[in-house]
Write a protein that binds this ligand. Structure first.
Ligand SMILES: *Cc1c(COP(=O)(O)O)cnc(C)c1O
Length: 494
């Protein structure tokens, strides 16, 4: 990671030089037919004081942002074993295909006769995702995993309403990602949380106690965010359905079973897939993502429109005629350029390739788990899936400080679970959720192991070095005791 003093000290505002400008697009001699420019705008729309933007030349802007980009860690600069996030390498081939002019310059409102290529690929992608997950219909509209959850839950709610049923509770295991209860609450459901047993699986007895006539569904991630396969899934699915409820699959962890087993065959009725995890599209720093949502046939009428369908002439077209739809969840067709990368990834790998992706993802996680076992004992003894949960309790420094030191060696910290750190799962004090993904080579995995060991030995002789890390980044650790600080925030929030 390269940093410079300049990027550490100067914001783009500090670099501003009055009068400097990039290539101007507003010509001061612009012919306003004799009227001052503000008279062209409706009343009240014209700013009274200057906006106060920084003034820089084009080259200064380019340098500023290029230097900033050097200060961040990405999967293109180093390993990124961030559990539950599947930070795999995004092939440049997919970027190249998505930026072919015929796709990159397309506008959603251009004449339908020129949109055929886009609709064809979208239809194919819908069908591939349906096949991969065992679903009957897919919408590509949602813009993220959480947005896919929101869409799927809306469809569930609409289905119950169409049957005159009021069910307002969603069951969620306490190991779930925070987006599950958040999405359920946004759709208007109440959440009931199911505890996890000592072997890391959902507590079946507690689940049975909570499963009543007011329950609309159970949201499950399988494998869970503890990296464990939910072995009781067939029983759970049968009991959910017997109670008249539906089973929702949070597909963010599909990287652990793609090509091997399908959520639809396990009994799930609704799913979402995070293309930016399993299907190798950029996570994009909160920017455009995609979280396609798939459903079994009985829920299809409720999906947001348009759904791309095949017409009688064999051609794909967007179907807007959806009287039972929950409405639109995203403008036009969703994030087409992201979806195109997912499509390219699916085609490039093919069925056998996707299966191999899964096998390697699971193998890599189990390899790290075994190689690190003496330093970071696994919290659960069974084989893990695509990620492993390891205990940092016997390190000489806090797990929180430990992982920050990894940054100095070019490795992104794994997800911390519990101890006031990144909270999306239960409190397993000082636990690290490590997801290497299949795109790291054995050499890279060995380097991760060696680096963990190096930091552990540094911690034994020079804890201060670790407690003040990272040392090579543009911004140092913001608060020294983030663990205590997070608990203060939590108290305030509650
Ligand atoms: C990442 C993730 C989500 C949310 O996905 P976003 O695309 O970030 O909204 C939901 N569930 C699990 C298990 C995840 O890992």
């Amino acid at each position: 990671m390269k940093t410079t003093l300049a990027t550490k000290t100067e914001s783009v505002y500090a670099r501003s030089r009055p009068g400097a400008s990039g290539t101007g697009i507003i010509d001061p001699d612009f012919d306003t037919e004799g009227l001052p420019l503000q008279d062209w705008l409706p009343d009240g729309e014209c700013r009274e004081a200057p906006i106060g933007l920084p003034e820089l030349s084009e080259l200064e802007v380019v340098r500023h942002f290029t230097l900033l980009s050097h200060d961040s860690h990405g999967v293109d600069t180093g390993a990124y074993p961030l559990g539950s996030c599947t930070m795999k390498y995004n092939p440049k081939r997919s970027d190249h295909l998505a930026t072919l002019p015929g796709f990159a310059h397309v506008h959603p409102l251009q004449p339908a006769s020129t949109m055929q290529g886009v609709w064809d690929f979208m239809l194919n992608l819908q069908e591939h995702i349906a096949e991969l997950t065992g679903m009957d219909a897919v919408t590509l509209q949602p813009a993220a995993g959480a947005h896919g959850e929101f869409t799927g839950l809306l469809a569930m709610r609409a289905w119950f309403a169409s049957r005159g049923e009021t069910r307002n509770v969603i069951l969620i295991p306490d190991s779930a990602h925070g987006t599950n209860p958040a999405s359920a609450a946004m759709v208007g459901f109440q959440c009931r949380i199911i505890p996890t047993t000592a072997n890391g699986l959902m507590d079946l007895e507690a689940f049975r106690r909570e499963l009543g006539p007011d329950v609309a569904g159970l949201m499950l991630t399988n494998p869970s965010t503890l990296g464990l396969f939910e072995e009781n899934i067939v029983t759970i699915a049968a009991e959910v359905h017997a109670a008249g409820a539906l089973l929702y699959y949070d597909g963010a962890n599909l990287n652990a079973l793609m090509g091997i087993v399908r959520p639809g065959d396990m009994g799930f009725d609704v799913i979402h897939v995070n293309t930016h995890k399993t299907l190798a599209t950029p996570h994009g720093g909160g920017g455009p993502g995609a979280g396609p949502c798939g459903v079994k046939a009985f829920l299809e009428p409720f999906l947001p429109g348009p759904v791309i369908r095949r017409g009688e002439d064999g051609k794909a077209f967007p179907d807007y005629d959806r009287p039972h739809s929950v409405g639109k969840v995203k403008s036009h067709f969703g994030h087409v350029e992201v979806l195109l990368r997912a499509y390219a990834y699916l085609l490039a790998n093919g069925g056998e390739g996707l299966k191999q992706v899964t096998e390697n993802a699971v193998l890599n996680a189990n390899y790290l788990k075994a190689r690190l076992a003496d330093l970071l004992p696994p919290i659960f003894t069974q084989h893990c899936m695509h990620e492993c949960l390891l205990c940092g309790g016997s390190l000489q420094v806090s797990a929180f400080d430990f992982v920050k030191r990894l940054i100095d060696y070019g490795i992104h910290p794994p997800t911390l679970v519990g101890a006031g750190c990144v909270h999306f799962a239960k409190d397993y004090s000082a636990a690290m959720l490590i997801e290497p993904t299949e795109t790291e080579s054995k050499t890279s995995l060995d380097n991760i192991v060696a680096t963990f060991r190096k930091v552990a030995s540094e911690a034994a002789v020079a804890p201060y070095l670790i407690e003040t890390a990272p040392h090579t980044t543009a911004v140092a650790k913001i608060v020294k005791d983030e663990v205590a600080w997070m608990s203060v925030l939590e108290v305030k929030a509650s």
